[in-house]
Ligand binder design. Structure first.
Ligand code: FE
Length: 416
């Protein structure tokens, strides 16, 4: 079974990655950062976690306000550093762990935490700034990464209590995974800082110390605090420390503080904390519903679109989704082969699209709502897709409807 070997709390200010990239180890202004991370780095070398589940927030880099999520879980096979304006940092992609990530996603959803899921989105300094100092990555990363992005920028944001409860559920999820994996939980953020408005530059070292004490000994008190109270005490952006409660919630009630440090060089209180469980994991409660419906209870011939399908058929569905772009569909109609360029489709997928093989496409992992867009571009009604998936003639399928003459598609208007 997978097990949680400990939790790390760390700030995620870009300063940390900057100090590393600029080789500031011997600079008196920056050396305390490297000293603070040394025991955490040594612990990771010694403990060799297979997976680091890393809780961070994106800073309007890979996620924007056209669709903003409270909790977004990354389940891709690898994770790359993001370009935040001046080019991406020179870090190798970090491998993901799709199997455990999918399991965590299924268990958390079954435990009433409705997540969003992402793949192929680069991760910004919120994740890679601390990771780059926690691990020697010169020969590639020694652990896999599962990132959880928490939406703390656009109000309303998840409450401290919600994050605490998510941590408890996260532990149940991880410790119900059958593979023998060692998992470390890394929470990032803060501590005290504010970057917006006239209060920019606000810090509160006394509150930062109290926060760390409470996180170790009395996290439920923190879980009762509102965003406003956290922001009042630590600065507006410091309210992102709710992410530390996810990590703390995933650990046992009593923890051993193996390392703790704090340094305030400029804008953000850079804190590091290493916690080890003092009690074994409680058994996973039987009340937690099954993660997924057993195959024998699934309705036949239904093609549930799950995370595995989403990853496997990503390019095919991206091609179909692109039918919402007028230029793409004009190109597709005039020169289908040229329209395949820019999409990493397999030969089989190209052939299925060429032949309008609806049965083959649905079996290849296409989502129906992409197929109905393709049909609309081809000037075909949805019923052609239904009949094709059933391997029936259009006439035979329509004969099974109450109104056989009713034909429609999602095309808004025909394009000349
Ligand atoms: Fe942040």
């Amino acid at each position: 079974m997978a097990r949680i070997i400990g939790g790390i709390g760390t700030s995620h200010t870009p300063t940390i990655g900057f100090a590393l990239d600029q080789k500031k180890q011997d600079d008196p202004a920056w050396a305390p950062i490297f000293a603070a991370y040394a025991p955490l780095k040594a612990w990771l070398v010694e403990q060799r976690p297979d997976v680091v589940f890393t809780i961070y927030n994106d800073h309007v880099t890979s996620f924007f306000f056209d669709h903003y999520s409270a909790f977004a879980l990354g389940f891709g096979p690898e994770h790359s550093p993001a370009d935040e304006g001046g080019g991406a940092r020179d870090l190798p992609p970090m491998p993901g762990h799709p199997g455990l990530a999918r399991h965590i996603g299924e268990r958390l959803m079954a435990d009433e935490f409705d997540l969003s899921f992402f793949q192929r989105r680069p991760l910004d300094h919120g994740c890679f700034s601390p990771l780059s100092l926690l691990f020697d990555h010169s020969q590639g990363w020694p652990a896999s990464l599962i990132p959880l992005a928490v939406g703390v920028l656009q109000n309303p944001v998840p409450s401290a209590r919600r994050c605490w409860k998510l941590g408890r559920a996260l532990r149940r999820a991880i410790e119900s995974y059958p593979e023998d994996l060692k998992v470390a939980i890394i929470a990032t953020g803060g501590l005290s800082h504010q970057v917006h408005g006239e209060r920019a530059g606000f810090n509160a070292p006394d509150w930062d110390r109290e926060f760390l004490d409470l996180l170790v000994n009395d996290p439920e008190t923190l879980a009762r605090m509102s965003q406003a109270e956290l922001a009042l005490r630590g600065g507006w952006e410091s309210a992102e420390v709710v992410m530390w409660l996810i990590m703390r919630g995933a650990l046992s009630a009593q923890v051993h503080v193996a390392a703790r440090d704090y340094y305030l060089p400029s804008m953000t209180g850079i804190a590091t904390l290493l916690l080890e469980n003092l009690a074994p994991a409680p058994p996973v409660p039987a009340a937690v519903p099954a993660a997924s419906t057993p195959p024998e209870l699934m309705p036949p011939a239904s093609h549930p679109f799950d995370l595995e399908t989403s990853a496997r058929a990503y390019e095919l569905n991206r091609f179909l989704h692109a039918m919402t772009d007028p230029a793409h569909r004009v190109l597709f109609l005039s020169d289908p082969e040229a329209s395949f360029a820019g999409f990493d489709l397999t030969k089989t997928e190209c052939d299925l699209v060429r032949r309008h093989d609806w049965h083959g496409l649905i079996n290849a992992g296409a989502i129906f709502f992409g197929l109905e867009k393709l049909a609309a571009v081809l000037g075909l009604p949805n019923a052609v897709v239904y009949a094709g998936m059933r391997r029936e003639s259009l006439e035979a399928f329509q004969a099974s409807r109450n109104a056989p003459g009713a034909l429609y598609s999602v095309a808004g208007k025909s394009e000349a």
